[in-house]
Design a protein around this ligand. Structure first.
Ligand SMILES: [Zn+2]
Length: 204
């Protein structure tokens, strides 16, 4: 499967990602404005460094470098289900700018290329470090696994807690589960169940 195929079929790819940009001086000024807007004195003891810390946190989140994600090896088998589960990431909800954490499990059937183990975490972290929709995070991870491994049999399970629901608004803890099942995981009940069974052992 090549990039043209992915584009025609509506999948996002690495190539189409917008470059990240952070206006740090503006963040610093905004941090100070935020304190004023909530009735604080940004020059009082204890708050003087807060705008800088806040700006640093945004910059570090957005410009996080997960390293290279593209290391693949020749496959030695053509029918093995590989499942990497329990990848915990933190992100920020795009609707409320509040944190989300999510545990991600990735499964695929190795065909042409296999991915180095740590690359599953690199790919997940790469897409976690942007304003987030959990469903889109799943899709972007799936698209990149397809692009790198050339396998069309890819499954993603994400279970996340969104602080915009647990710490504000309705204030009820809940886990949001979203999945993507492609190829054999969509077509074959047994393959789907095997992947889901393997993800149950993800809690380390
Ligand atoms: Zn939200």
């Amino acid at each position: 499967m090549n990039i043209d195929y992915l584009r025609r079929n509506g999948h996002s790819t690495q190539v189409e990602r917008k470059p990240k940009r952070v206006d740090y001086p503006r963040l610093l000024a905004l941090g100070r404005e935020l304190l004023i807007a909530i009735g604080e004195d940004p020059d009082r003891e204890g708050l003087r460094e807060t705008p800088r810390r806040w700006a640093d946190a945004w910059r570090d989140f957005l410009l996080y470098d997960p390293g290279t994600t593209e290391t693949t090896f020749s496959s030695v088998t053509s029918d093995q289900l590989v499942c990497v589960s329990g990848i915990r990431v933190w992100s920020i909800c795009q609707h409320h700018l509040l944190p989300i954490w999510a545990d991600i499990s990735i499964g695929y059937i190795a065909t042409d290329r296999i991915l180095g183990l740590s690359k599953f975490a690199c790919i997940t972290q790469k897409y976690a470090h942007q304003l987030q929709l959990q469903e889109r995070l799943c899709k972007e991870i799936a698209d990149e696994i397809v692009m790198l491994t050339k396998s069309t049999d890819v499954a993603i399970l994400a279970q996340g807690q969104h602080l915009c629901m647990t710490a504000r608004g309705i204030k009820t803890p809940a886990i949001m589960t979203s999945t993507i099942m492609r190829g054999v995981f969509r077509e074959k009940h047994e393959a789907r169940m095997e992947f889901l069974r393997l993800t149950e052992r993800s809690h380390i």
